[in-house]
Design a protein around this ligand. Structure first.
Ligand code: ZN
Length: 222
């Protein structure tokens, strides 16, 4: 059952990404602003699908019930939107680095801008985990770090089949990624993130679900 869910969510993420890539590289979309907007919407959609898949994997890995109600609770829906926003906002660094709002300036940078460095989301998650571990920050802070990591990496992986991955201190674009490699890594992302959330006991709705289970067990025991 667990393998089935993981396989299904992985296939859903990869197939959606391949479909969106096909859609956004089709000739009817004019180059310039429309192409840039379509590309960013694809990043956003893949970020959203990635987090939805994380939620399914998280629920399944923990062998919790009520996966569907878990998915459609308000908080997970907000998380999905947040992950989509993170995946989309990564490209804001083009404008920041260019110090200009003009698309031509943002797309003619000599170097990839800083938010495209995959060491950044890893450092964010490590910082959030350390804040929880050593400063007593709530688990939600580390969960947010994992969400930022998933959103940013979904963007980085999609960019990587065109320009490679960049992980400091390695040089920019030092890790080439084939198209198949990108789809495989993207498929693995929600499984690994879900496993991390469970391993670190970062369940968002876990309390609700546990409460539901305890209520159920009470009924059984009674
Ligand atoms: Zn990008």
């Amino acid at each position: 059952m667990s393998l089935l869910w993981s396989a299904l969510t992985s296939a859903a993420v990869s197939c959606s990404a391949a479909f969106l890539d096909q859609l956004t590289s089709s000739p009817p979309i004019p180059s310039g602003l429309p192409a840039a907007m379509a590309d960013n919407l694809a990043h956003m959609a893949i970020g959203a699908i990635t987090w939805a898949a994380v939620l399914v994997n998280e629920a399944d890995i923990a062998r919790r019930d009520l996966i569907l109600s878990h998915l459609f609770r308000a908080s997970p829906a907000l998380e999905v939107l947040l992950c989509a926003a993170v995946a989309s906002l990564v490209d804001a660094d083009h404008f920041l680095a260019a110090r200009s709002l003009r698309l031509e300036d943002a797309t003619s940078l000599e170097r990839r801008p800083f938010l495209h460095n995959s060491a950044v989301p890893m450092a964010i998650l490590a910082t959030c985990a350390a804040a929880r571990q050593f400063l007593g920050a709530p688990a939600a802070v580390e969960r947010l770090g994992a969400l930022v990591l998933a959103g940013m990496l979904s963007h980085h992986l999609r960019d990587a089949w065109r320009r490679g991955l960049w992980v400091s201190p390695l040089p920019r674009d030092a890790l080439p990624v084939s198209y198949r490699g990108y789809l495989l890594l993207l498929a693995a992302l929600p499984i690994l993130t879900g496993a991390y959330l469970v391993a670190r006991d970062l369940g968002n709705s876990g309390g609700d679900l546990r409460a539901t289970r305890i209520e159920h067990e009470d009924v059984v025991l009674a």
